[in-house]
Design a protein around this ligand. Structure first.
Ligand code: GMT
Length: 382
């Protein structure tokens, strides 16, 4: 198949998932055409079946806000016609679903009926999309998609609860390439981070308020009083400078390392003992799944779709949002019980295997086939 994938090209989970999906489909022989404003960060090296089409948004003195959505829709039309795309798969509803709707309408005039699949990822529904500034357009364009998927049951239900849906939403869980995360720790790296064999806690996010990174620091403060430990903070975002200040003020500074944005997150997971994700909401928590694939149990909240992935007491622990006492106690208890910890690491990997790339990608292929049975894009072309 010739598949167009539209995504945010940055480090965010939706872009990572879309890129990994495209790469996996290309491996299976499909031609993948990424449409984005930058080359997706996880794209990596050259692949014969992968193509990248940049959306450029010309500026003009009149435009205080250059119309990205219009440029995106025009690029979609161009790529679909010239590359004979069979279907368009857009990740994150805003503004990808409405741009796809526009492209589809334009192409219908040319006799091409291009099927559009919209995958909902989280904040496009739970935060931004629900705002009345966007909600009518998001609702309309989701319903106009040929098929809609959500990355967890929780996100599907949130969408049904908050939008007037006329279409069924299929759940296709996020996935992980478990093989990639099966890494041996690099000893010199571990020695630099934890020279006295301290335990290593890790957190990775885009440092937005919703991630509650300050909770990670407060949790670590409590753990560090009992267990010699280090904290690795991966990623960057609006809250980072406040978190740096917090670390200085809480005296844990010398035990915390800010690593910034990292592409080889598997190297860091390989030296980590536990992954901490105290988010206020996660539709799924792809990074938690990656941690589990690296046999790193997850200490998370029970918000959103997290309990669908992180099973309390089995693959890690889940606590109520903001309950830093419970989260730090769980960490102290599990790190103090070698046998239970070893079992939890194994459980984490076993759980991650359920979401392995080889189990999930065929679900997308199956959906593509079903969609193309309903809509044949080039049937009416003169
Ligand atoms: O987590 C973020 O803020 C980034 C966001 C994105 O769209 O890139 O992530 C969302 O999509 C990921 C991939 O499906 C999910 O794993 C994240 O849980 C979800 N984030 C939220 O729901 C807050």
């Amino acid at each position: 198949m010739n598949i167009g994938i539209v995504c945010y090209p940055t480090f965010g989970g939706s872009g990572v998932l879309a890129t990994e999906l495209g790469k996996a489909l290309a491996e299976k022989g499909h031609n993948i055409h990424f449409i984005a404003y930058q080359q997706p960060v996880r794209l990596g090296s050259f692949h014969t079946n992968i193509f990248y089409h940049e959306v450029s948004v010309p500026t003009y003195p009149l435009f205080d806000y250059p119309p990205y959505e219009t440029a995106l829709a025009s690029t979609m039309v161009d790529v679909i016609i010239n590359q004979k795309i069979d279907l368009l798969h857009v990740h994150y509803a805003i503004p990808h679903a409405s741009a796809a709707y526009m492209a589809r309408q334009i192409l219908l005039k040319e006799g091409i009926d291009i099927p559009v699949i919209t995958t909902l990822h989280g904040t496009d529904i739970t935060l931004v999309g629900r705002d009345k500034t966007y909600s009518p357009v998001v609702t309309f364009s989701m319903n106009e998609s040929t098929a809609i998927t959500a990355v967890s049951k929780n996100l599907r239900d949130e969408t049904y609860n908050h939008f007037k849906m006329e279409k069924e939403i299929e759940v296709i869980y996020n996935f992980v390439d478990a093989k990639r995360f099966n890494k041996k720790p690099v000893t010199p790296f571990k020695q630099v981070i934890a020279p006295n064999n301290e335990k290593i806690l890790m957190h990775a996010s885009n440092f937005r308020k919703i991630k509650r990174v300050s909770d990670v620091v407060h949790i670590f403060e409590k753990v560090n009083k009992v267990i010699p430990s280090k904290l690795l903070l991966v990623g960057d975002g609006p809250e980072r400078s406040a978190i740096e200040d917090l670390c200085r003020n809480t005296c844990v500074q010398s035990n915390v390392r800010f690593l910034g944005r990292q592409e080889q997150v598997e190297e860091i997971l390989a030296i980590s003992d536990l992954f901490v994700l105290p988010s206020e909401y996660e539709s799924f928590g792809l990074v938690a799944l990656e941690a589990m694939a690296a046999q790193v149990p997850v200490i998370s909240t029970n918000a959103g779709g997290l309990p669908e992935i992180n099973i309390n007491g089995v693959t890690g622990f889940t606590s109520n949002i903001g309950d830093i006492n419970d989260m730090s106690n769980n960490i102290i208890n599990i790190l103090s019980d070698e046998k239970a910890f070893a079992k939890m690491k194994k459980n984490a990997l076993a759980q991650a295997m359920k979401f392995d790339i080889h189990n999930i990608v065929p679900q997308y292929e199956d959906l593509y086939k079903r969609v193309l049975e309903k809509v044949a894009p080039y049937e009416t072309v003169k």
